[in-house]
Design a protein around this ligand. Structure first.
Ligand code: NAP
Length: 315
C-alpha cells in the first residue's frame, strides 16, 4: 500500500512531490496524458521567480521532476479511470498499472484550456497560437494579435495584451459578449482594442513558420474573410480534468474541486487538491506550485495525525 499518491505532473503535482519526498513520504506520482501539464505548451516562461533570463516551459517541468526524483519520488505512467474514496485506504484503477491502494491522495490533474478545434490550431500552438496571454503576451510587442472569446477572460486578456501589442482584435461568435459589464466597458474604452463580433473562427492560417491570419465566417451573411494577424490567443474557457472524479468529491458546477478556503482539504479527509484543478482564478505556474506545497504539508500533517492516532489505539 502507498502512503500517498499524487495524480498529475504539472507544477502543483511536482511541487507536492518534492515536499513529500523530502518528508520521507515516498510519494508515487502518476503521470497522465499531458506529462508536465500546460507549461509544456509554453515555449518560454519569464515570470517564474528564480530564472532571471527566463526558462523553457518543458525544461522547467523537467527540472521539477528531477528535483522530486532526487529525493525519492517514484513516477509511473498511467491513466486513472476510476477512484474509490468512499472508504480508506483509497483505491485507484489505473490503465496500464492496475489497482493502486493508498492511504492518502493528492489530486493535481490540472485544467486544460479549451481549444476551438479548427484546422491550423493545434499544430501552431507555440508558433503564434496561445491559450495564455499572461505567459505569451510579451512576445507580441508592437504586433497585431487576435483574442478569441467573449467572456471575462477574453476581456481581461485583451486589455492585458494592449500593453504589448499594437492592436488587439476581439473575435467573438455572437453579437453579445458574455463578459460582465465592467469588464466589457474596460475593454471597449481601450483604444487599442477592436472588435469582430458575430464571427465564427473557421481556420488558423500560417506560412508553416508562423501565424498570418484567422479565417472567420460572418454569422449573418455567411461570408468568409481572413483577418491578418501575428498571433491568436484562444480564451474560450478551461475544463478541469476531473471527469474521473464525478460524484466522488464535492465540485462546483463546472467540475472544479472545492477545497476548504486557505487549505487544500477536499470534503474527503485524506484527499487533497492543488493547482488549477481547484483554481479558476489565478491559474499561474507559481500559484499552482504554491498550492502543491500546501497539499504536501496538509497530507503530511494528516498522515502524521493518523500515525499518532493508530499508535495510541494500540496502547
Ligand atoms: P466563459 O465565461 O465560459 O466564456 C467563454 C467564452 O468563449 C464565451 O464568450 C463563449 O461564447 C466563448 N466560446 C466557448 N466555446 C467556444 C467555441 N468553441 N468557439 C468560439 N467561442 C467559444 O470563460 P472565461 O472567460 O474563461 O471565464 C471563466 C470564469 O472565470 C467566469 O466565471 C468568469 O467570470 C471568471 N473570470 C473572471 C475574471 C475577473 O472577474 N477578473 C477574469 C477572468 C475570468 P458564448 O458567449 O457564445 O458562449
Amino acid at each position: 500500500m502507498e502512503k500517498v499518491v499524487i495524480l498529475g505532473t504539472g507544477p502543483a503535482g511536482l511541487t507536492a512531490a518534492v515536499y513529500l519526498a523530502r518528508a520521507n513520504m515516498n510519494p508515487l506520482v502518476i503521470e497522465g496524458p499531458e506529462p508536465g501539464g500546460q507549461l509544456t505548451l509554453t515555449p518560454e516562461v519569464e515570470n517564474f521567480p528564480g530564472f532571471p533570463e527566463g526558462i523553457m516551459g518543458p525544461e522547467l517541468m523537467d527540472n521539477m521532476r528531477k528535483q522530486a526524483e532526487r529525493f525519492g519520488a517514484q513516477f509511473k505512467r498511467g491513466w486513472v479511470t476510476d477512484v474509490n474514496v468512499a472508504n480508506r485506504p483509497f483505491k485507484l484503477s489505473v490503465d496500464g498499472l492496475g489497482e493502486i491502494v493508498t492511504e492518502s491522495l493528492v489530486i493535481s490533474t490540472g485544467a486544460s484550456a479549451k481549444l476551438l478545434e479548427i484546422p491550423g490550431e493545434k499544430e501552431n500552438i507555440g508558433k503564434g497560437v496561445s491559450t495564455c496571454a499572461t505567459c505569451d503576451g510579451f512576445f507580441f510587442r508592437g504586433k497585431k494579435v487576435i483574442i478569441v472569446g467573449g467572456g471575462d477572460s477574453a476581456m481581461e486578456e485583451a486589455n492585458f495584451l494592449t500593453k504589448f501589442a499594437s492592436e488587439v482584435q476581439v473575435v467573438h461568435r455572437r453579437k453579445e459578449l458574455r463578459a460582465s459589464k465592467i469588464m466589457q466597458d474596460r475593454a471597449k474604452s481601450n483604444e487599442k482594442v477592436t472588435w469582430a463580433l458575430n464571427k465564427t473562427p473557421v481556420e488558423m492560417v500560417s506560412d508553416d513558420l508562423k501565424i498570418t491570419g484567422l479565417k472567420v465566417r460572418d454569422n449573418e451573411t455567411g461570408e468568409e474573410e481572413t483577418i491578418e494577424t501575428n498571433g491568436i490567443f484562444v480564451a474560450i474557457g478551461h475544463n478541469p480534468n476531473t471527469a474521473f472524479l464525478k460524484g466522488k468529491l464535492d465540485m462546483d458546477e463546472k467540475g472544479y474541486i472545492l477545497v476548504e478556503p486557505g487549505t487544500t482539504n477536499t470534503n474527503i479527509p485524506g484527499v487533497f487538491a492543488c493547482g488549477d484543478v481547484q483554481d479558476q482564478k489565478y491559474r499561474q505556474a507559481i500559484t499552482a506550485a504554491g498550492t502543491g506545497c500546501m497539499a504536501a504539508m496538509d497530507t503530511e500533517r494528516f498522515l502524521e495525525g493518523e500515525a499518532v492516532h493508530d499508535w495510541s489505539q494500540t496502547l
